[in-house]
Ligand binder design. Sequence first.
Ligand SMILES: *[C@@H]1O[C@H](CO)[C@@H](O)[C@H](O)[C@H]1NC(C)=O
Ligand SMILES: *[C@@H]1O[C@H](CO)[C@@H](O)[C@H](O)[C@H]1NC(C)=O
Ligand SMILES: *[C@@H]1O[C@H](CO)[C@@H](O)[C@H](O)[C@H]1NC(C)=O
Length: 262
Amino acid sequence: MNRSIIPLLCSFLLLSASSASAFNITKILSQYPDYTNFNDLISKTGLASEINAKSTITLLAIPNGAIGDLTSKSNDVVKKILTTHVVLDYYDTMKLQKLKDKTIKLTTMFQESGKASNDQGFLNVTAKDNTFVFGSAVKDAQRDSKLEKSVMNQPYNISILGISQPIVTPGIDSPLAPSSAPPPKANTPKSSPPKAESPAEEEAEAPTKEDETEAPAPSKDADSPSADSRPADAQSPSSSSAEKLKISFGFFVLLASTVAAY
Ligand SMILES: *[C@@H]1O[C@H](CO)[C@@H](O)[C@H](O)[C@H]1NC(C)=O
Ligand SMILES: *[C@@H]1O[C@H](CO)[C@@H](O)[C@H](O)[C@H]1NC(C)=O
Ligand SMILES: *[C@@H]1O[C@H](CO)[C@@H](O)[C@H](O)[C@H]1NC(C)=O
């Protein structure tokens, strides 16, 4: 038993050694105090190990001062946002400078997740007069995350570029929510009258249901066939009870007269 397990264990150890991370992004970022919040988020979302599994990557790091409300968003949303900051290629400042005055499209880790629609998984970087601006490749997305500095690089495996502010990808988080909210609001006035009518109908139906439920109760006392013969008529319970009242009054008079007779 032990002899069969040992080779298995050895091959497992070898496998895990060969697939071991080329770098430890958590460890690398921990050397830069400006990016502690960013580092925390990368660990918290489990993105660190996914980044470590790559051999070629460019990380667009958000400094503590610009992290904003990223720390208060749900893990799922933060992870999606952060994966748009991980470029699946190597770009350092030297390589960016070769762009001259061009715009190029970059593929991010969000594209790999399969959750991206349209151009959500891509970034555009525009080089102009030696300044570099990153933004989502989604049409009309804001493009104002400027390259601030090269944090570190290890050609041609990992490059960490400091950017001025988070890249906003329309539709990943709140940016799309307010723009998609007005259409339902515009629809609600149209749909609310029928909705207002339907509760009224339900309310109108409810008393009749109550009448119906009340109706069977007396019908048990009275003869049930007559109560069943006219169920839909709302007046039937009142008329039948009036009849019953007449009958019972008549019966009382008859009883009283017979008692009086004795
Ligand atoms: C660097 O990247 C190359 C090519 O992608 C890869 O073969 C190599 O293993 C990587 N080196 C490290 C230390 O990750
Ligand atoms: C990466 O570095 C951090 C901090 O030094 C450490 O806690 C963690 O265990 C390391 N992860 C791996 C996979 O080595
Ligand atoms: C992004 O860059 C590509 C390549 O230059 C360009 O074709 C595309 O129009 C750009 N997208 C936006 C939204 O600017």
